[in-house]
Design a protein around this ligand. Sequence first.
Ligand SMILES: *Cc1c(COP(=O)(O)O)cnc(C)c1O
Length: 398
Amino acid sequence: MEKAMTLEQQDKAYVLQTYARNYIHFVRGKGSVLYDEHGREYIDFASGIGVNSVGHGNDILTKAICEQAKNIIHISNLQVIAPQAKLAERIVELSGYDMGVFFANSGAEANEGAIKIARKYGEIKFHYKRYKVITLEHSFHGRTITTVKATGQAKFHTPHFSPYPDGFSYVKRIEDLYQAIDDETVAVLIELVQGEGGVQPFEKKEIRALASFLASQDILLIVDEVQTGIYRTGEFLASNLYGIEPDIITLAKGLGGGVPIGAVMTRHKEVLGVGDHGSTFGGNYLSMAAGLAVLEVLEGLYDEGKIREKVFYFSTKIKEIAQRYKRLFEKEVGIGLMRGLRAKSTDIQGEIIKRSMDEGLVVLKAGRNTVRFLPSITISKDEIDEGFKRFEKVLDTL
Ligand SMILES: *Cc1c(COP(=O)(O)O)cnc(C)c1O
């Protein structure tokens, strides 16, 4: 009899190999601690790329999912879905913006929805159609053909997948946007803190100036909050932190606490009508129950001032490390619980990430040689301490 395949062999034999995967096998998690198949524990400073916003095994979230699954998991959008209406209301209320919400299943899909809203706006509001969308270099907006084209990183625009849709262009800096706009421009799409591109925040002043300029020109401001949303920056939305009121906002990662979800919200509620957009899974009972539970947990923490405390504690630690290990890092970047350390080289970045895993700490990489930290919003002081203890141990070996 042939020997059974290992998990790694099975993965390599049957799963399309689109990821440079690590074969550590996590089987369980509690809070910001993960356990692998050998029972070894890891501190989780990645939270599934900013997804597990309430940590692993959160009682309120898991209970909500289980209860909902027992009653009804899915019914189509042809019927009204009570938790969908409720979650849309919660998101709108927490944001403070007078918007309507459409639910999708991922960040890329949310951005697709945003681009569709913008394109139709450009069609119905102007005599000559406006359809062009300008984005920024180092941005990341998703992996569908359109959102990959919206992503301002040439390496993603491989000819393998061409032709790409027309109407996307990129600028280096916010200040270059003013020149790039023409009379066919319908929208500017930006992240307020570029996540994948290196945890790079923009200045509040330049963002506010841009927002008022775009409003004066009737050009839509789309803010991709797939990574920055749901208290990641310390406020419910990064748009709240920056004090702007975008035309369209997209959400995904942290909203479902790990259950696939995406959302696009807009002030221009009248643009999309019946039949313009849809999704089979989007807004179903299970993901909506998860979203409601996540917001219940995080809203409570926010109101008690706990998120602010965690942000302060985490940033103090990371600033200390940036100071102490100047030989390895250029600088510290990011805001809230979305932080990074810019390594002096790609090699240093790679070694730190690899050795951290060996030491029992999960951290992420991001563009511009950044070691990225996206802990769950519920991470405890002890978990932060233990994580940085391990991190320093790694840095001392380099
Ligand atoms: C992760 C991410 C996306 C893509 O989300 P998916 O759920 O992977 O489609 C889009 N925009 C930003 C800013 C992201 O961080």
